[in-house]
Design a protein around this ligand. Structure first.
Ligand SMILES: Nc1ncnc2c1ncn2[C@@H]1O[C@H](COP(=O)(O)OP(=O)(O)OP(=O)(O)O)[C@@H](O)[C@H]1O
Ligand SMILES: [Mg+2]
Length: 231
């Protein structure tokens, strides 16, 4: 697939980390190539330590590859300086981390609005959109609750809404259902897919859960640093 047709692509991406003192470098990703069209959904699966989070961080420009290219919405990431990168990251990408990283002293609504504060042009519709999305994920009664008073699944839903508030083109989620029971995990997976369609946001989910992976259009597996399409 050409770059023009993809919202994100990795071209022959490798990543190595310094080993323990005196030990050689550790090669985590080896020649990973991946390309997704706008609006696609994809799961990344693989054993613990195989490099899934490393790959997601590179996709989300939180980390740079050792070699290879990342292209996001037509921007070659390696050509951008930190400031340009931060701008693109904020506009283009929403992140849902394994641990939700909500600010404990801010309400659900305030947490959702945090990413809008960094936008160059403040969106006057941010607050109504935040309220609408929180209602959309079943949290209309929780707008003013602090994260500490929410359940794990409710916190993850706040984190998803926060990731979507700036209308990103790409939503990256690292084990979003990892800490949830089966029923909450299923509901959250369903919600992610519905938002993928409604918001037309490209969804990439790292997961250990086969059920969640099976719901995505594409499944990629990492093994020994190599990424392969499973379906
Ligand atoms: N900053 C770093 N410095 C050195 N090694 C690192 C660094 N980040 C990750 N690693 C190593 O890279 C490997 C892959 O880590 P990563 O977090 O990507 O795995 P993962 O597939 O997400 O695992 P899990 O399913 O347990 O979350 C691990 O062996 C880890 O120790
Ligand atoms: Mg991980």
């Amino acid at each position: 697939m050409s770059h023009e047709a993809s919202i994100l692509s990795l071209n022959n991406v490798s990543k190595s980390f310094a080993g323990a003192p005196g030990a050689p470098e550790v090669s985590i990703l080896k020649g990973v190539t991946l390309s997704l069209p706008p609006g696609a959904s994809a799961a990344i699966v693989g054993p613990s330590g195989s490099g899934k989070s490393t790959l997601l961080n590179i996709l989300g420009t939180l980390d740079r590859p050792t070699t290879g290219d990342v292209v996001l919405d037509g921007h070659q990431v390696s050509r951008l300086n930190e400031e340009e990168l931060a701008g693109i990251r904020n506009r283009l990408i929403g992140f849902v981390f394994q641990l939700h990283h909500l600010l404990p002293h801010c309400s659900a609504l305030e947490n959702v609005l945090v990413p809008t504060l960094a936008m160059e042009k403040p969106d006057k519709d941010a607050r109504p959109r935040a309220e609408l999305l929180l209602k959309r994920v079943g949290l209309s009664h929780r707008l003013h609750s602090l994260p500490g008073t929410l359940s794990g699944g409710e916190r993850q839903r706040v984190a998803i809404v926060r990731a979507l508030i700036n209308r990103p083109k790409v939503l990256l989620a690292d084990e979003p259902t990892g800490a949830l029971d089966r029923a909450s995990a299923d509901a959250l997976a369903q919600l992610l897919l519905e938002l993928n369609r409604e918001e037309n946001v490209t969804l990439v989910v790292v997961t250990h859960a086969p059920d969640l992976a099976a719901k995505m259009q594409h499944v990629f597996e990492i093994n020994d640093g190599v990424l392969r399409a499973r379906s």
